[in-house]
Design a protein around this ligand. Sequence first.
Ligand code: AMP
Length: 172
Amino acid sequence: MDLKSYIREIPDFPKKGINFKDITPLLADAKAFAYAVDALVDSCVSKNIGYVVCIEARGFVVGAPIAYRLGAGVIMVRKPGKLPYECSSLSYDLEYGSATLEIHKDALKEGDRVIVADDVLATGGTALATIGLVQSYGAEVAGTAFLVELSFLKGADKIRPHAVNALMKFDY
Ligand code: AMP
């Protein structure tokens, strides 16, 4: 299946210079969505995964069906103030300024094996922060799952040695 034909390019969104990869046409097409989830599940099945850690917000849509298919739990990583219970947090640098992600304090324990899931890997800062949160429990990132990798932004270098498992690669 030509998955890239389901990704809509939105120039200058949300700000000038960003070529936004809109995944909503892929999500809305039953066959393309099922194909994408199945393909990501196939790359994770042998890894004995306890949880899929999903990054707010589009990562929830990608990660939750993968977790269901793997027989794994879903853990949400969210922006500050969204999760109701006690949280651990991690701040990281953006191009301008910084951002923080939170996860429930009791979400993971030492030895848990997880997949980190999001829609798009761009600079890798968000994924790296999420990996940091997972590792702070002594849990293991056994894999990643992205629909799209923006290879020109070198996110793969940032999250090394963790491998980028992405269905589509764009170099623009
Ligand atoms: P980054 O931390 O730079 O890897 O950015 C990752 C987060 O920003 C992901 O959660 C993506 O959903 C979103 N993102 C960044 N750049 C884009 C883009 N060009 N198109 C769509 N989403 C993007």
